[in-house]
Design a protein around this ligand. Structure first.
Ligand code: FA5
Length: 340
């Protein structure tokens, strides 16, 4: 028992002398580590003669409790002192403004696509996505362009090593997919996505660009519906005061075919360049779905009619934001992208 008393006295004296965290931890190892002296005293309980064991055990545990409590209190006080000292030595000014965080934003192409989706969604159109890798049959033949049809020259094509498998040159083959899926029900969809053309890259033409196709099929769908839809779209995107002009044109998959222009404000210093002096600017091709295409999609042209249109959102964005080079869209230059 006197051993325990002198152990406590010694341990307590040494503990009181500890001034910081390292000396405290060293003390703890000495008395409570794997070979610690207090721990050894506790382990010895079993070896004490039976009649003294109870008193010895109680005393050993009391010493352990008292020392542990004092140690814990001294350790947290030492940590606090160290923190205070370091804050005084290296003062931290928490009133300084933080470093600005770089924030991302939507790519300008995504922004315009979402605007287009919103406008057509308000008119009851759904978004229908189809494949970018197509076959010759769907990209051309089923759209009324048999092999060697001269209209194929309008679409220079990337071919894969598998014969007949190509990258789609426009979103129009999506018309066939959606028609075959939902026929004979009516259709009101837009078909957005990437297209690929083996063309010389210029400031207005890329080999990879987006298109948004539109397709409406039902009974009694007329050219008036096409004109009304496109006029409403153009005015929402470009401004209510815009004039919309419909010009006759040619596409193999529509009959009649048209091209759609909007007037461009003469005050705009770029007006002459953009409109080649005419004051009108083309925004898309369109027309009434050709009877051959309707039939290829499963519809009976005697009962159903429809209209389709196809636009290039990159060209439309160039107009909206006076961007003079289409290559900027995929060049990943943040100085360009940050402007939108
Ligand atoms: C077509 O691709 C037709 N499929 C559009 C269509 C759909 C007509 C449905 C009738 C009915 P075009 O080749 O003109 O047509 O392309 C449509 C739009 O895609 C163009 O007005 C232009 O905005 C965009 N576009 C075409 N080629 C490129 C290119 N190389 N780079 C960027 N945009 C392009």
């Amino acid at each position: 028992m006197s051993d325990l008393a002198s152990l406590e006295l010694l341990a307590k004296t040494e503990l009181d002398a500890c001034a910081d965290e390292p000396t405290l931890r060293a003390w703890n190892t000495k008395y409570f580590g794997a070979n610690g002296e207090v721990l050894a005293a506790l382990k010895a309980i079993g070896t004490i003669a039976k009649d003294q064991r109870k008193t010895y055990g109680q005393e050993a545990n009391r010493i352990k409790e008292t020392l542990t409590q004092t140690y814990d209190a001294m350790l947290s006080a030492a940590k606090e002192r160290a923190l205070d000292a370091s804050l005084t030595a290296n003062p931290l000014d928490i009133t300084l403004p933080g470093r600005p965080v770089q924030r991302g934003r939507l790519h300008v192409a995504t922004q315009i696509m979402r605007q287009i989706y919103d406008i057509f969604a308000d008119m009851g159109f759904q978004v229908y996505r189809t494949r970018e890798v197509e076959d010759d049959l769907t990209n051309f033949e089923l759209l009324n362009m048999p092999p060697h049809h001269p209209a194929r020259d309008m679409w220079d094509t990337f071919h894969t090593t598998t014969p007949g498998v190509i990258l789609r040159t426009h979103t129009s083959p999506g018309q066939i997919h959606v028609m075959r899926e939902v026929c004979p029900d009516p259709i009101r969809v837009i078909l957005p996505g990437m297209c690929y053309r083996y063309e010389a890259i210029t400031t207005r033409s890329e080999i990879q660009f987006q298109q948004v196709e539109g397709l409406v099929i039902g009974e009694h769908v007329t050219m008036a519906d096409l004109k009304g839809t496109i006029t409403a779209f153009a005015r929402r995107l470009f401004g209510q005061e815009r004039q919309v002009r419909f010009r006759s044109s040619y596409f193999p998959f529509t009959e009649p075919s048209i091209e759609i222009d909007i007037d461009w404000p003469k005050e705009d210093p770029n007006a002459d360049r953009l409109t080649k002096g005419t004051g009108w600017l083309e925004i898309m091709g369109a027309g009434m779905v050709h009877p051959v295409v309707l039939r290829n999609g499963g519809y009976d042209p005697a009962k159903h009619s429809g209209f389709a249109f196809g636009m290039g959102p990159q060209r439309i964005t160039m107009l909206k934001h006076a961007i003079d080079d289409i290559r900027q869209f995929w060049a990943n230059d943040v100085r360009f992208l940050r402007q939108f």
